[in-house]
Design a protein. Structure first.
Length: 586
């Protein structure tokens, strides 16, 4: 640590230019050059001197330290920085403000290194975070960033190890017991002990992985805090941590996701990457402010759960044969339709994995890129810099692609570029949000895409849903009632026995374990093309497609019910909108 010499004390509070002239013998001409650059670029005077290479950033930091009478340092012992200091400062906050806690002083103050000693607002935020006074030392930005990267990389490795160790427990019951014990530990916690909070959050992540949860919801209400898991598409309440620890739990998750814990008024998005039981888990974290505190949803993405072969996701033999033929085409558009969470991404990834080979150039533009696919160029949508689906797709056409995947067609511009790409010799995959396959055609026309373009480019539309599958560990036969069979148009004469899950420990007593797809594949042949050119409604298209042999979502679901794969209740749950559209419900 550099100390202030007696001569330097005379420079305390002096203008920065005078300090720099005294320390580094800058000429008036150099000062004038920096002032001109400051006016041109709109930067601070010191930054202008560094940009014009009159001084180094190290020298600027020394001058700032002397100007305000603070110590200057040019090295930090990373291994000596306490972990409990890092837990309160997100990496994004540290990098953005070039500030970093590095030690506790004998007076129990927090020693903080910063590049800008005049940034009082950031220093005030740290005082609030630590609930302690802070002692400022000054350094140059490059050194501070190097320390931040090293120290947070160390903390991330420790967090990964801690979560992985949770998998040493055998079975879901053991981890649930652990969660209950963590809540009891919280009730016994006094003061500012962070350890029980850290253990609880780690246990939540461990159990979510064990229970195959796709999402973790941390939901604050007026008098309680609730944690729920979404398993196989259904939300289940897991625990209710003490309300008084709400802020600490939320802050811990935000720290792990690299979010700004001082910002509680605006939504934020971040990521956590972990390895649990040998599985790479990418967790997307979203926060939104509510009347009772910040609400957090964590989406758990496990690579192996998405990269599934087309043969494993629920296609009938006939549909699988058609799909395999379609994805080998040299040009045209294949659309996958369905609501959010219906497995469209899994199907698209399965298609691309099937045709991925060194002889093809495959490009994707997604929002977000959920998983990296080996050998495929993937681009993340970024509206902040105007990297939209349409702009990304337009750029792809200059990249000599063979196959293009567009995450979603949301507007006319994207649709028309995708169609033009398909008409000029490219195979295009994309998704639309419609209830059934024929509805995708009318959705494109509603976007003001000319019907003749849709008819020319579209090869097929695949509508899909995900239904829960019966747990194999507690599967049992039963005799359905006429009313139950009538839900799916099944006849008591042809169906005598169906299957259901009784409920067991493996399926958390739900009777279901895992999910599978039900599908509706509409091929665009000449008869369908003719109707599209006439701009007919979706109902007419559906009737013609059924005449041509299309199996509807509900019919495919009914076949899986008869085969003992799922239940009537599941199929009616995910296809209920068909009844509403067709007017069959009262």
């Amino acid at each position: 640590m550099t100390t202030i010499s007696p001569n330097h004390k005379a420079l305390w509070g002096k203008p920065l230019g005078e300090v720099l002239q005294t320390l580094f013998q800058l000429s008036p001409g150099q000062i004038d050059q920096a002032l001109a650059l400051q006016k041109e670029k709109g930067v601070k005077f010191g930054e202008a001197l560094v940009l014009s290479k009159q001084i180094t950033s190290n020298q600027l930091a020394q001058a700032l330290a002397i100007q305000v009478g603070l110590p200057f340092i040019d090295t930090v012992e990373v291994d000596l920085i306490p972990d409990d200091l890092l837990q309160l400062v997100p990496i994004a906050f540290a990098k953005q403000n070039r500030i970093m806690p590095i030690a506790l002083t004998p007076e129990n103050n927090v020693r903080v290194v910063c590049a800008d000693p005049f940034d009082s607002s950031t220093q005030d935020e740290l005082r609030l975070l630590f609930k302690k006074e802070i002692d400022i030392v000054v350094s140059f930005p490059e050194m501070i960033l190097l320390v931040i990267n090293k120290v947070y990389d160390r903390a991330l490795r420790q967090a990964e190890t801690a979560v992985a160790e949770l998998e040493g427990a055998e079975g879901s019951d053991t981890i649930k017991g652990d969660l209950e014990e963590e809540v009891v530990d919280l009730l016994d916690t006094e003061g500012d002990d962070e350890a029980p909070i850290i253990r609880l959050v780690n246990s939540l992540l461990g159990q979510a992985s064990k229970d195959r949860a796709s999402d973790i919801h941390i939901e604050p209400f007026e008098r309680e805090l609730i944690v729920r898991f979404r398993i196989d598409g259904i939300l289940y309440e897991i625990i209710k941590p003490p309300k008084r620890f709400q802020n600490s739990i939320i802050s811990r998750v935000k720290i792990m996701a690299g979010l700004n814990i001082a910002e509680k008024r605006l939504p934020q998005d971040g990521r956590i990457r972990l390895k649990v039981a040998g599985k790479d888990i990418d967790i997307r974290v979203s926060t939104v402010p509510t009347g009772f505190g910040e609400r957090i949803v964590m989406r758990l993405l496990v690579r192996s759960s998405v990269l599934r072969d087309l043969t494993d996701i629920g296609f009938t033999e006939a549909n699988l044969k058609v799909m395999n033929h379609l994805i080998e085409a040299s040009h045209g558009i294949i659309l996958v339709s369905g609501p959010t969470g219906s497995g469209k991404t899994s199907t698209l990834y399965g298609c691309m994995a099937k045709i991925n080979k060194p002889t093809l150039n495959i490009l994707t533009i997604e929002d977000p890129v959920e998983y990296q696919l080996q050998g495929i160029g993937q681009v993340q949508v970024n509206p902040k810099i105007d990297l939209t689906f349409a702009n990304g797709l337009r750029s792809f056409l200059r990249q000599d692609p063979d196959v293009i995947m567009v995450g979603e067609i949301r507007d006319r511009e994207t649709a028309e570029i995708a169609i033009q790409a398909s008409l000029t010799g490219h195979l295009v995959f994309s998704t639309v949000h419609t209830n059934d396959a024929p509805g995708a055609v009318t959705r494109l026309v509603d976007m003001h895409v000319e019907p003749f373009l849709v008819a020319s480019a579209l090869m097929a539309v695949l509508a899909q849903r995900l239904v829960r599958t019966i747990c194999p560990h507690c599967k049992e036969p039963f005799v359905p009632t006429k009313e139950e069979l009538a839900e799916l148009g099944l006849s008591p004469e042809h169906v005598k026995t169906l299957w259901r899950g009784k409920g067991c420990m493996q399926c958390q007593n739900t009777g279901y374990l895992g999910r599978i797809g039900i599908f509706e594949l509409m091929l665009v042949d000449e008869s369908i093309r003719h109707l599209i050119l006439q701009n007919v409604d979706a109902g007419t298209l559906k009737n013609k497609a059924r005449e041509n042999g299309m199996i509807t979502l509900r019919e495919d679901g009914a076949a899986k019910v008869v085969a003992g794969i799922t239940t009537i209740a599941e199929v009616t749950r995910v296809t209920r909108e068909e009844d509403i559209v067709l007017g069959e419900l009262p």
